[in-house]
Design a protein around this ligand. Structure first.
Ligand code: ZN
Length: 103
């Protein structure tokens, strides 16, 4: 019995890991327009909506872009745009939302 329970936990962990894979997901902006982006593993590269500088976000808890407390911040000169990912694993798509920078 105990062995089976441990196996269940193992499968749960695998399931969570699989959910985080975003390779080749379709990527949209907050208005539903298709974005040019490159998603691979847990990472996605896209261009800043404000200045066009490259931005990388990571689809993992507590990594940049995962939520509003951990936004992906543009490193472009004089640009303070911040972004978060919203991922729909069932639809294999995601959207990138620009949020207000931390004050
Ligand atoms: Zn920027």
């Amino acid at each position: 019995m105990r062995k089976n329970r441990n196996l269940g936990i193992f499968y749960l962990i695998v399931f969570i890991e699989v959910k985080l894979r975003i390779t080749n997901f379709d990527v949209f902006d907050e208005n539903g327009n298709v974005l040019l982006a490159d998603a691979q593993g847990n990472n996605i590269a896209f261009n800043c909506f404000e200045c066009g500088h490259p931005v990388i976000a990571i689809a993992r808890d507590n990594q940049k872009g995962s939520d509003e407390l951990h936004p992906a911040e543009c490193k472009g000169e004089n640009c303070s745009a911040s972004f978060v990912l919203q991922i729909n694993t069932n639809m294999k798509k995601m959207s990138i939302h620009k949020i207000n920078p931390k004050t």
